[in-house]
Design a protein around this ligand. Structure first.
Ligand code: NI
Length: 221
């Protein structure tokens, strides 16, 4: 189940990131260089050179901020966040239908995230479209907001027709490989936290906590 971090970054943080990323001497490279062999033909974007100091500084700070988000902690149960990238698409650029590689140099991809950094009023097209059994959903979020979704889904980025779409994206390896189990744990955790708020640490809370903790022990890696 996809979920949103609304917002992950403040307006000031977004502006600071945008200024750094869009400075004139920033090294951007063809995104097809990092696509899997089957996705290379449909990937048209530019990515900040991951070997430059700017990338390392920004990616490390942003990765830490994502990992500290309470909703991300509870819903994703992350082991690590990896392969964070900054991507921009101008007119004619986008990323055709594909599925993300299961294993990357940084780890396994259980969840993918996209952090939107452009004002949706300033570009057209560029929707992130997710395909699941219930149909398609097209997503464009305000700057500073992030979407986290299962890496198992087919997805695409519609071609940008005007302006520019700037995002950060990356992957999360979860303690829980299966998304159905991850969702159950998240619901159980949400329920026990709500109960704790209402009634404190009573007998039902203790039982629910025992279920949650032991399922995590049983399924976790
Ligand atoms: Ni993708």
């Amino acid at each position: 189940m996809p979920f949103r971090l609304e917002p992950l970054l403040s307006d000031g943080q977004v502006e600071e990131l945008r200024l750094a990323l869009l400075a004139e001497d920033t090294p951007w490279r063809d995104g097809a260089e990092t696509a899997g062999w089957h996705a290379r033909g449909v990937k048209r974007n530019r990515q900040l050179d991951p070997s430059c100091v700017l990338h390392q500084t920004l990616a490390s700070a942003l990765g830490d901020q994502l990992l500290q988000h309470p909703l991300l902690q509870a819903a994703a149960l992350p082991v690590q966040l990896h392969n964070l990238r900054f991507s921009r698409c101008g007119p004619g650029e986008g990323y055709g239908r594909h599925v993300d590689n299961a294993y990357m140099a940084g780890g396994r991809s259980d969840l993918s995230f996209t952090l939107f950094l452009s004002d949706p009023a300033h570009y057209q097209g560029g929707d992130l479209v997710l395909e699941d059994p219930g149909g398609e959903s097209a997503i464009r979020l305000p700057p500073g907001h992030a979407l986290v979704y299962p890496s198992s889904l087919l997805h695409r980025v519609e071609p940008v027709t005007r302006g520019e779409r700037l995002v950060a994206l990356g992957w999360i390896q979860s303690r829980i490989r299966r998304s159905d189990r991850r969702e159950l744990l998240f619901e159980l955790d949400t329920a026990r936290r709500a109960l704790f708020q209402e009634q404190g640490k009573d007998e039902i809370f203790d039982l629910l906590s025992r279920c949650y903790t032991n399922l995590l022990r049983m399924w976790g890696e």
